[in-house]
Design a protein around this ligand. Sequence first.
Ligand SMILES: CC(C)(COP(=O)(O)OP(=O)(O)OC[C@H]1O[C@@H](n2cnc3c(N)ncnc32)[C@H](O)[C@@H]1OP(=O)(O)O)[C@@H](O)C(=O)NCCC(=O)NCCS
Length: 195
Amino acid sequence: MLKGDKIGLRARHEDDIPVLRTELYDDVVIGSRAEGGPWRPITPGAKDPRLFVDDKEQGHVPFSVVELEGGSLVGTATLWGIDNHHRSAHIGLGLLPSARGKGYSTDVVAVLCHYGFVVRGMRRLQIETLADNTAMLRSAERNGFVREGVLRSSAWVLGEFLDEVLLGLLAEEWEPSLKGWAVGRGAVDSGAALG
Ligand SMILES: CC(C)(COP(=O)(O)OP(=O)(O)OC[C@H]1O[C@@H](n2cnc3c(N)ncnc32)[C@H](O)[C@@H]1OP(=O)(O)O)[C@@H](O)C(=O)NCCC(=O)NCCS
């Protein structure tokens, strides 16, 4: 497990799947805003690639997010679009509605940065999010991500076109101390980030 201050990122367990399906993916509003595509119902028993992990898929690493205290499932986090030539990747996350507003998102972004930069040797991490997703923007910026551009009217979301913001962070700009969390190069040296 990769550990932050309050949350950990671990492998997807089978019993995470019904919870994530019900609380994140079955919800039309959450699904439409976070997925970058049209919401569709998930057929019971279908191996939805957003939920089931294919360990052979090298470019996409999904995690389940858990609270360090108690180990409860609180969401998903993904390093995706991993390009080992350009050494770039994207990050994405979704927290269960009951887990929001607790500061977990900044911690999840911090741990994904640690995984991307330190474990996977990426040079650039990128996030795309809706321009009105204030919590996501703030969590990214608290980890040092810089707004690089606005993709005007790039997302069709529940009846309207919305802008998306593209944020990027380079390895040399990344300051684990920015967030004040216990993940980073120092923690790697001491082994403290790896559970
Ligand atoms: C995006 C998401 C992960 C953020 O998690 P969250 O728990 O809601 O975020 P938080 O409440 O911790 O807020 C993060 C930061 O934004 C700030 N913030 C949140 N809403 C805000 C608002 N309306 N105005 C100003 N600041 C706001 C918080 O104060 C916090 O900043 P701080 O750490 O400096 O105090 C979560 O809302 C989610 O899972 N949404 C659905 C999926 C999604 O949109 N994923 C992102 C797709 S790229």
